[in-house]
Design a protein around this ligand. Structure first.
Ligand code: ADP
Length: 443
């Protein structure tokens, strides 16, 4: 899997192309320039050779021979031959003239040749006239230095261009995929249960990204329809539950009114039925609540500390049954614009859970401070693998530990739904055997 982002992959691919072009271009420039330099040297050598050959031929035709005192040979100094090395050998191969102090006498090979002497590279042109050999050579030191400089310049220019192209292509690629980033952020921000009013595609032109956005719109519409069907089904099912439940409940109540007609087994079964009917009622009510959403109640400014002082005592009896110490600490009271029913449902569910999952003689503390309510218990706690899921519908952490406890795993889902609707945040901090702290933060 490629972990690099599209931006960097595009930048690298484009820079690789630029590198290839630079390599080809640089190599071509280098070869052309050095070849041209060599051709110039060769042209210079053959020109000088022709000059010297002409002069020597003139001398031979006027004196019949050539001696070391010959004027042509005497003139052979460095200045005259522009730094060229000129050697004249007599027919016996003995040098009779030398233009340089460096007494280099290359072996006779004829024509153009390269050779090395005293660590210097030379290019030679050798030819003969009337038995005399004329060798014209050029020290390639300056040429080699130019070649190295050219190579260095090409490397520096290529590196700078490569770095520039990488930077520029990263910026261009970043700009090109910016709409994709925006689309990503928009899609992430969507709550599938409350789709945005305008389709995503309307924010983009009809290009690849626009078409991708349109596909998301299509997908989200299907998702919304699926949610709607699920919601409708849950609502209908829980609604339909109510009537037979009412019949069952009234029948059981009727039977319970005549205890004398019942034997002990029948009484036991009747009480079991009562318990199960109560649970079914709670389930139907909670499912209906979740599918319908929280009914908008008139909102009012509620001082949280004052509200809790009145509300918490309704749980005292439940807590006392397990000898659980239930306390309230208002460190800094604050007010929230909401409905009392919403607050009662959220805090009530948290308190019910805290009492349910705290063993006898434990403690529960409710603290109010800086826009938060914290419900902290010394109960069985929640394993870290479960904390991410407990707000999901029907999720019950480690059912073996909670076996025998009442509930369907809907209480926290309801809390979450109300908090989302009211713009509050709810989170939990817990660990197995470490107790739990639920925090509701009011925006
Ligand atoms: P339930 O009806 O099972 O209480 P909830 O949605 O209220 O459903 O809670 C989901 C699960 O989260 C519970 O079954 C329990 O495993 C865990 N849980 C919730 N509150 C507490 C708590 N205070 N201490 C330990 N576990 C908790």
């Amino acid at each position: 899997m490629n972990k690099l982002s599209i931006k960097w992959r595009l930048a690298i691919q484009f820079s690789s192309l630029v590198l290839l072009v630079l390599l080809l271009f640089g190599t071509a420039v280098f070869i052309l320039v050095t070849q041209r330099g060599r051709q110039d040297i060769d042209a210079q050598l053959s020109l000088q050779y022709e000059n010297i050959r002409g002069s020597i031929q003139d001398s031979i035709s006027s004196h019949e021979s050539l001696d070391t005192q010959d004027e042509t040979l005497q003139k052979m100094d460095t200045a005259k031959y522009m730094g060229l090395l000129v050697v004249v050998l007599d027919p016996k191969g003995q040098p009779i003239a030398h233009s340089s102090n460096q007494k280099i006498t290359p072996p006779w090979v004829g024509g153009y040749s390269d050779s090395e002497s005293d660590g210097d590279r030379f290019r030679f042109y050798q030819g003969k006239v009337s038995g005399y050999a004329i060798i014209v050579g050029q020290n390639l030191h300056a040429f080699d230095e130019n070649e190295t400089s050219l190579l260095l310049i090409l490397i520096i220019v290529s590196t700078v261009m490569l770095a520039l192209s990488f930077g520029i292509s990263a910026v261009f690629a970043g700009n090109a995929i910016q709409p994709l980033r925006v689309l990503h952020a928009n899609v992430r921000a969507i709550d599938p249960r409350a789709l945005p009013d305008s389709p995503l595609a309307s924010q983009y032109p009809d290009d690849e990204i626009g078409r991708l956005a349109a596909s998301f719109d299509e997908f989200l519409t299907k998702l919304e329809q699926a949610f709607e069907r699920e919601r409708q089904f849950t609502q209908d099912a829980s609604h339909e539950f109510r009537t037979p439940l009412m019949v069952l409940k009234s029948s059981v109540e009727l039977l319970g009114m005549h205890p004398k007609r019942l034997d002990s087994l029948q009484k036991e079964k009747l009480s079991l039925m009562e318990g199960s009917i109560r649970q079914m009622e709670v389930l139907a009510e909670e499912l209906l609540f979740l599918s319908r959403g929280f009914k908008e109640m008139p909102k009012q400014k509620i001082a949280i500390g004052t509200f809790l002082k009145e509300f918490i005592p309704s749980f005292s009896a439940m807590a006392e049954q397990k000898q659980i110490a239930l306390s309230l600490h208002v460190l800094k009271d604050f007010s929230v614009q909401t409905s009392r029913a919403a607050l009662e449902k959220v805090v009530g569910n948290l308190l019910k859970n805290a009492i349910k999952f705290t063993p006898e003689k434990g403690s529960i503390d409710v603290a109010v401070d800086h826009q938060t309510i914290q419900v902290k218990d010394t109960g069985i706690g929640i394993a870290s693998k479960d904390t991410a899921h407990i707000f999901e519908r029907f999720y019950q952490a480690n059912s073996s530990r909670t076996k025998g406890q009442e509930g369907f795993g809907l209480g926290l889902a309801i809390c979450k739904q109300i908090c989302a609707q009211e713009g509050w945040n709810i989170e939990v901090e817990s660990g197995s055997g470490k107790g739990s702290t639920f925090t509701v933060t009011f925006a």
